[in-house]
Design a protein around this ligand. Structure first.
Ligand code: NAD
Ligand code: MG
Length: 407
């Protein structure tokens, strides 16, 4: 059915960065449904070499790249006889990302995606951006790079895709407020005392969305919504006080825009990332997807509540970082990435994540980044500082095992 839409047109040339992740596999699912409509240039992954081999055998990109150089022999073997070029290592990943395409998706997680995503932006007509950390850590510098190359930026994050859709044809100066919806994550109703003991397994099991580990933890701390406020600021040029967050546990409304006449426009749909990916893939057109349709007659109430910034301090930390500007969001992002990894390794507790971020923001310097090299230097500093804070947290946990219960 999808194929009939594109029959007779030249195939769209596409690259998928982070092809083995949650965003990557949802993208590949859409691409696989229309083999005539899309020609795949590059698929990239970091370490899941078997998944990359399987995807490359199925979709026949021109090149498949694994970030970890030590996995090259496995990739080469796995692709033998397929005609798909195998490559490995950081430089190969950048080279593959740089290949000219009509459309590339940035589906790498974290600031590690910054350089590959910018490489893709150099020669892609459209950059579909899922990797919100790029905008959080590099903001203005990232946008300048895109402008320099004339690359169109289409958001994939569901909230930003919703806003992008409801803004179509509207005048930006008529926007009064952006309203980002948030599911509230798996710990929406927990007290802080209860949160002190949660495990990584509990934190990654999101009630509504199936996603990678890092964004799932970010959703549980609500740092994800904080990162999304910063992302919305950069994408839509709306100042921080006019970007609201509302808890909407059903995840049916993906976000809203309020205009100067009081009208609020919303975008609704099932919580399935294939819709926002398809919006970006077909933009400025639309394409059919197999996503389940909303059944309004079966739908229970849609509910809304204000976020609780005391139980979820990450949201306020992100807002404060955006207000301070300069390199502070870069610090916030890097500290959060390091803290989330430490929590996943069980080196720190769940409530230590905002503590580590707050400490890094208070002790690290954050000059205004003018170049990507500046961003990477601030990011590296913040990571060193966060590791030191985590060492201190871990020592405190050993000295007083019950500390977390008292928070
Ligand atoms: P994931 O962990 O499922 O996948 C991450 C991908 O990035 C994998 O393909 C992995 O191989 C690759 N990768 C990881 N580290 C890398 C590195 N150092 N170098 C190169 N490649 C590397 O993550 P995800 O859930 O798909 O999220 C990807 C991005 O999209 C994140 O920035 C996330 O915030 C954003 N996002 C995801 C969702 C979702 O539903 N999953 C929704 C909105 C936004
Ligand atoms: Mg989102």
């Amino acid at each position: 059915m999808i194929g009939s839409e594109t029959a007779g047109r030249a195939p769209k040339r596409v690259s998928v960065l982070g092809a083995t992740g949650s965003i990557g596999t949802s993208t590949l699912d859409l691409l696989a449904r229309d083999r005539e409509g899309f020609a795949i240039e590059a698929l990239t992954a970091h370490s899941r070499v078997d998944d990359l081999i399987a995807a490359a055998r199925r979709l026949k990109p021109a090149v498949a790249v694994i970030g970890r150089a030590d996995l090259y022999p496995a990739l080469k073997d796995g692709l033998a006889g397929t005609g798909v070029e195998a490559a490995a290592g950081h430089d190969a990943l950048i080279e593959a990302a740089e290949r000219p395409v009509d459309w590339a998706i940035g589906g790498i997680v974290g600031a590690a995606g910054l350089e590959p995503t910018l490489a893709a932006a150099r020669n892609a007509k459209v950059l579909a951006l899922a990797n919100k950390e790029c905008l959080v850590c590099a903001g203005a510098v990232f946008k300048q790079e895109l402008a320099r190359h004339g690359t169109a930026l289409v958001p994939v994050d569901s909230e930003h895709s919703a806003i992008f859709q409801v803004l179509a044809g509207e005048r930006p100066e008529r926007i009064e407020r952006l309203i980002l919806t948030a599911s509230g994550g798996p710990f929406r109703t927990l007290t802080r005392r209860e949160m002190a003991d949660v495990t990584p397994a509990q934190a990654v099991s999101h009630p509504k969305w199936s996603m990678g580990a890092k964004i799932s933890i970010d959703s549980a701390t609500m740092m994800n919504k904080g990162l999304e406020v910063i992302e919305a600021f950069h994408l839509f040029d709306v100042p921080e006080p006019r970007i609201d967050v509302v808890i909407h546990p059903q995840s049916v409304i993906h976000s809203m825009v309020e205009y100067c006449d009081g009208a609020v426009l919303a975008q609704l749909g099932e919580p399935d990332m294939r819709t926002p990916i398809a919006v970006a893939l077909a933009w400025p057109d639309r394409m059919p997807t197999p996503v389940k349709r909303l059944d309004f007659a079966q739908m229970s109430a849609l509910t809304f509540a204000a976020p609780d910034e005391e139980r979820f301090p990450c949201l306020a930390l992100a807002r404060a970082a955006l207000q301070e500007g300069g390199g502070v969001p870069t610090l916030l992002n890097a500290a959060n990435e390091v803290a989330v990894q430490a929590f996943l390794r069980r080196d720190i507790g769940f409530l230590d994540i905002p503590e580590v971020v707050e400490r890094v923001l208070s002790v690290c310097a954050a000059p205004v980044p003018r170049t990507i090299a500046d961003v990477l230097a601030i990011d590296a500093d913040a990571r060193r500082c966060a590791e030191a804070e985590i060492g201190a947290c871990a020592r405190t946990v050993v000295a007083a095992p019950d500390k977390s219960r008292m928070l």
